[in-house]
Design a protein. Sequence first.
Length: 109
Amino acid sequence: MIRFKLKSTNNKHHNKPCVRDGMRFQSQAEAKYYDNLVHLKREGVVSFFLRQCPMHLTAGIKYVVDFIVFYSDGMVEFVDVKGQSTPMYLLKKKQVEHLYPIEIKEIHM
């Protein structure tokens, strides 16, 4: 009989995935930020928001921003919720901000 050890469901950053409104979030911090956006939308501060939006970089590399938030006053915000900033994330963030006329806001929770 051959036995296999299943990989752990925890990821390398020890985030605990969770579900809100039928959507899976990679961390509790990201889900908490989502909850805040839902509240701001109900209050009329936020018109709408998008989740997990890909941005294409050079050499076929893709960067996925956690949220794009469209405020009622016309402001648009690109948000990444982070527990920690990895060197790869910082490199991709720098490339995105160089290629596109945006600034990514980091939320550390």
